[in-house]
Structure formats: C-alpha cells, structure tokens
Design a protein around this ligand. Sequence first.
Ligand SMILES: O=P(O)(O)OC[C@H]1O[C@H](O[C@H]2O[C@H](CO)[C@@H](O)[C@H](O)[C@H]2O)[C@H](O)[C@@H](O)[C@@H]1O
Length: 370
Amino acid sequence: MDMSSSSPVITDPISISPPLLGGLTSNLMPFSVMSGGCSSPSMTASRRKIEEVLVNGLLDAMKSSSPRKKHNLAFGQDNSLDEDPAYSAWLSKCPSALTSFKQIVANAQGRRIAVFLDYDGTLSPIVDDPDKAFMSPVMRAAVRNVAKYFPTAIVSGRSRKKVSEFVQLKELYYAGSHGMDIVTSVAAHATEKCKQANLFQPACEFLPMIDEVSKSLLEVTSGIEGARVENNKFCVSVHYRNVAEKDWKVVAGLVKQVLEAFPRLKVTNGRMVLEVRPVIDWDKGKAVEFLLQSLGLNDSEDVIPIYIGDDRTDEDAFKVLRERKCGYGILVSQVPKDTTEAFYSLRDPSEVMGFLNSLVRWKKHSLRRN
Ligand SMILES: O=P(O)(O)OC[C@H]1O[C@H](O[C@H]2O[C@H](CO)[C@@H](O)[C@H](O)[C@H]2O)[C@H](O)[C@@H](O)[C@@H]1O
C-alpha cells in the first residue's frame, strides 16, 4: 500500500504551549537540584501565571487518569462491582461484551472478524514495574488461538520490539509506539526482505529528537523518587505510578519545561504515565485504518474489526470504528468512564481472555456447522 502521498507528518508543527521560560535547555537540572527554586529573576508574574495554569492542567489530567479502584484483582472476578450502582449504571450505557456476546457474533455471521488488541491493562494486568508487565501463559494461549482463526494485531504504546518480546507470538501483526511503528507481515511467514518491505514508520524523522528528549527527561527526573522514563522508540513515557502524589506537580512541571525546547513534541496522558510524542496526525485509530487497508480488510460490508483496549489512546481506535459504522470498540475498565467511544466493556484482562476464548469457540462451532 502506498502511503507516501499521505505523510502524517505535520510540516508546520503546532506548538503545544507558548514559550514560557527563556533559555530553558540550559536551565534543565535534575529535580533535586532545582527543588530550591527554579524561577529565573527575569520571569514575569504573568509568565509564571501561564506556566502555573499549564502545569495545573497537566496535573488535573494526571489525577483524573488515575482513578482509584476499590480492588486490584488482576486475574480474579471482582464481584463487588456487581453491587456498585455507579458501575451498573455505566454498564447500561456500555454493556459487557461477555453478556452481549450473542449479539456481537450474530452481526458477524458470514463476515470476517479482525481482532486488534492493546497490551498493557488489556492482555497484561497493570503492575508497578513496566518491565514486569508479563502476559500469563493462559492469556498467550488465548491470543494464539484467536490468531489461528482471525487476523490479529497488537496495537501498543510500547516500542514494537518490547511489546513483541512480551507477547512472544510470531503469528500476529504488531504496531508499536502508538501505531507509529507497524509491521504488516506476520513474522512467522515473512522473509527478512519481506519484513523490511512491510515496515511503516510515519514518524521516523523524529527518532533523533525522541532520543534527545528521552535523555533530557531522564536527567531532570533523576532526583524524583519513583519517577521512571521509558524510551518507546517513537515516543517516551514518563511514569509517575510510583511517585508520591505530592510530587506529581513537580513531574508535570518538569515535563512541560523540557518540552519547551521541543515544540514538535506534545504530551498526553495515560494510566499514571505522561506520554511524549511527535505532533503528527497519527494515532492508534489511524494505525487501525492503515492495518485494515494494508491487510485487505477494508471492506466494511465484509469485515468486522473488534478493538479491545483500556487506555485513552485506545479511544482514537474506538472512534474510528464508530465513525466507520462497522465493528466494535471494547473498553477494559473497572471504573465507570464519563465518556467513551467504545460500544462494549470488559472489566479486566481475565474478562478479555474469556471474550477471546468465546470468539474461538464460536468460530470453531460455526466452522463445524458449515
Ligand atoms: O498502549 P499500551 O500497550 O496500553 O501502552 C501504554 C503504556 O503502557 C505501559 O504503562 C502502563 O503499564 C505499566 C505496566 O503495567 C504500568 O506500570 C504503567 O503505570 C501504565 O501506564 C508502558 O510502560 C508505557 O510505556 C505505555 O505508554
């Protein structure tokens, strides 16, 4: 598929915030050094005010993206949710994909299903250490089975390399860095040459910039206990899950401050993580469209895409499916969400696994019948 004429790179980048601090790069210091006061004498009161508003905005987003759930069951049924009136009310808006399974597959009769799966919080439980977000063997078996019957892709914020090391399945398609690093050949079948030919990296010009910003972020956050910087190749994650809440504002301030020197990068937030990425017109939704097209699955009469994810970045993919009026977004969440573009919900990775196993059983059954 020729995407050369539709480069998502915005050549006239949008600056995410006005320049707030003069000579910022030279002011960058680790938190421990800066904590005695980082304001330069020349900073005017109004500039300080703007900075405060921006940092507070980011801080609010950090707090709202980190809802406290009552239970943290990675692989066990959390029955208390059944008695939670807010969760029940939400389920009437965004029903369980398990209880609505018959309806979902009834629509898929005679059509092909394509499966798109986010990784963290969807296939693996959320854990404190991002390097230990392992997928269980039973989940791996479920995904392997799904891929036997349906084209299946992983669409993750992680680097493609890292997420494929976690998943360890060659029979899948992988889109890493929030869809900015896509391989449209299945590794199990591809030759080295073919793999190269099927690589799509719409943000490759940002690689040196991402490396640079990653180093700066690492440096400035080195004094904050629990802060962690993860280079995801075309984007960088700044984790604050293990940072004391009183220091979140400092993290927000430092990320904003570093980004002053990188107007072609923006920051969004996920689950206790700030994600720094290029200002390009590309996201998980675009990645799903790209995969559907390049895998010959673009006929919405014939193909039902199902996308399962737990994060804000997955909303871009849910939105694409809603707008195409084909397929279903399934949001993984144990807390009611104010807004979502998803049609259905699942509570946690264990329910995701149940849904994937049901899909396989349904497919086997319909193959036997025909
Ligand atoms: O698109 P995803 O596959 O969901 O990736 C989004 C981020 O996932 C990872 O962070 C999240 O999971 C960690 C492990 O459970 C957790 O510690 C962290 O708080 C979560 O935000 C990954 O480490 C990030 O780089 C991704 O951006």
